[in-house]
Design a binder for this molecule. Structure first.
Ligand code: HEM
Length: 378
C-alpha cells in the first residue's frame, strides 16, 4: 500500500464541508489541525484555516471579512425582505456602522438573568417533554426558540408561529436551500419583521424583557435606525435556531453514548451545565464559518491574495476552543444557549431514557444537528 494511503482513514469525510454531518469526524479534524494552519484546498477551490492557530489568525485579521468585498448581500437575496435583514445583521457585516449595534446587543444579552432563564426554561420544557421520536426532532428546535421568544417578551400564543417563521427564514442563509424554501424564507422574513414591529409598539408595556433592554440600550447610544434594530432582533431568533437545536441534540446523543451519565447527573444535578459545556466543546453544533479576504493578507507566513474565500474550520481548533467563534464576530449568545440547552435536557432526560433512538444528521455544510429515528431497542 502506498505510504500516502496509510495517512488517510478510509472512513474520513471526503472534505471539510462533509465533516459537520459525518458520523465520527473528530479524528479527521485532529489530523487537519496537525497540518499547516493555512492551506489551499484545490478540490474546494478555497483556503482552509485549521487548528487553533489557523482559526484564531483568520478570525482576528481585520481584512478577513464575513462577506466578499462588494457583495454585502448574496445576489439571490438582493432586493428582498431576507436581503433587507441580511444587510443589517451584525453577524453578516463588518465595519464601523455595526460597532454600536453589536455593543448594544452584547450588553443586553450579557444582562440576562441566567438563573431565572434556567428556571423558566425548566418549566417550559417540563410541560413539553417529547414523548415520541418525531416530537423530539421538533422539540430540539422549538424549545430554544420558545425560550428566546419568551425572553424577548412575546406572549406564549405567538411562540409557535415565531418558531415556524424562524425555521423558514434560516433557509435563506443556507446554500443548500431550493427555490421553494427561499420563497418560504421571504414570507417568513416579512412575518417576523411584522411580529417584531408589533412587539416594539408594545415594548413600553414589557419592562424587564430582553426587547426592552435592547431598545433602551439602542436609545442610550443613539442607535435609531429602526430597520437595523428590527433586523437584529430577527437575527437573535435565527442565530438561536440551528445552533442551539444542534447543541441540544448533540447532548441527547452524549447521554445515549454514556448511559451512566444519567444516573450520575440525577445524583448531582449541579453537573448538568458542565455536561453541556463539554458537549459544546467535544461535539459542537457549528463546525465551520467563512471569511473573505478584502486585501492580500499574510497569515502564519502564507500569503492569501485579495478576493479569496477561507473556510474556518472551528471544529478543528481543539477542545479549549469551542464552536462559538472568536474575535469581532464571537457569539454573544453563548451563555444563553448553554442555559437553554441545559434546562431542556435536564427537564427531558428521564422521559427520554426509555425512548429507543438512532440518529443521523440533517444536511448542512456547517451545522451538526442530529435527526433522530426509532432505534432498535431502548
Ligand atoms: C449552541 C448555540 C450557539 C452556537 C454554537 C453559536 C455559534 C456562533 C458562532 C460560531 C458565531 C460566529 C460566527 C462567525 O464568526 O462567523 C456566532 C455569532 C453570533 N451568535 Fe451565536 N451561537 C449559538 C447560539 C446563539 C444564541 C442563543 C444567540 C442569541 C441569543 C446567538 C447570537 C449570535 C449573534 C448575534 C452572533 C453575531 C455576533 C457578531 O457578528 O458580532 N447565538 N454564534
Amino acid at each position: 500500500m502506498p505510504f500516502a494511503d496509510l495517512l488517510i482513514d478510509p472512513a474520513d469525510p471526503v472534505h471539510p464541508l462533509a465533516a459537520a454531518t459525518h458520523a465520527a469526524p473528530y479524528g479527521y479534524y485532529r489530523r487537519l489541525a496537525e497540518g499547516p494552519p493555512l492551506r489551499f484546498d484545490a478540490p474546494l477551490d478555497c483556503w482552509l484555516a485549521t487548528g487553533a492557530a489557523g482559526v484564531q489568525a483568520v478570525l482576528a485579521h481585520p481584512a478577513c471579512r464575513v462577506r466578499p468585498l462588494g457583495q454585502a448581500v448574496p445576489q439571490n437575496l438582493a432586493g428582498t425582505p431576507c436581503g433587507a435583514i441580511f444587510a443589517e445583521l451584525v453577524r453578516m457585516n463588518d465595519g464601523e456602522r455595526y460597532a454600536v449595534p453589536k455593543q448594544v446587543l452584547a450588553r443586553a444579552l450579557a444582562q440576562v438573568d441566567l438563573a431565572r432563564l434556567h428556571g423558566r426554561v425548566m418549566d417550559l420544557a417540563g410541560d413539553r417533554v417529547p414523548g415520541r421520536v418525531a416530537r423530539l426532532n421538533e422539540a430540539i428546535f422549538e424549545l430554544p426558540l420558545f425560550a428566546m421568544a419568551d425572553l424577548l417578551g412575546f406572549a406564549p400564543a405567538q411562540w409557535p408561529a415565531l418558531a415556524a417563521w424562524t425555521r423558514d427564514f434560516v433557509a435563506c442563509l443556507s446554500p443548500l436551500s431550493n427555490g421553494e424554501q427561499l420563497a418560504g424564507a421571504q414570507q417568513a422574513a416579512y412575518a417576523l419583521l411584522q411580529g417584531f414591529t408589533a412587539l416594539l409598539r408594545e415594548a413600553e408595556a414589557l419592562p424587564g424583557s430582553l426587547l426592552h433592554d435592547i431598545v433602551a440600550g439602542a436609545d442610550a447610544v443613539g442607535w435609531h435606525a429602526s430597520g437595523g434594530v428590527l433586523a437584529n432582533l430577527v437575527g437573535l431568533l435565527s442565530q438561536t435556531c440551528d445552533a442551539t437545536a444542534g447543541l441540544l441534540g448533540n447532548a441527547v446523543v452524549a447521554l445515549r453514548a454514556q448511559p451512566e451519565l444519567c444516573t450520575q447527573l440525577r445524583a448531582a444535578p449541579g453537573r448538568w451545565p458542565a455536561l453541556l459545556r463539554d458537549v459544546s466543546q467535544r461535539d459542537p453544533s457549528i463546525h465551520n464559518t467563512r471569511r473573505y479576504t478584502a486585501e492580500d493578507v499574510q497569515l502564519h507566513g502564507v500569503r492569501i491574495p485579495a478576493g479569496q474565500m477561507i473556510i474556518v474550520v472551528l471544529a478543528s481548533a481543539g477542545q479549549a476552543e469551542s464552536g462559538f467563534g472568536h474575535g469581532r464576530h464571537a457569539c454573544p449568545g453563548q451563555s444563553i444557549a448553554q442555559t437553554i440547552a441545559t434546562a431542556c435536557l435536564q427537564a427531558w432526560a428521564e422521559g427520554l431514557e426509555d425512548m429507543a433512538l438512532a440518529w443521523s444528521y440533517l444536511p448542512s455544510l456547517n451545522a451538526r444537528i442530529p435527526v433522530f429515528m426509532q432505534g432498535a431497542s431502548a
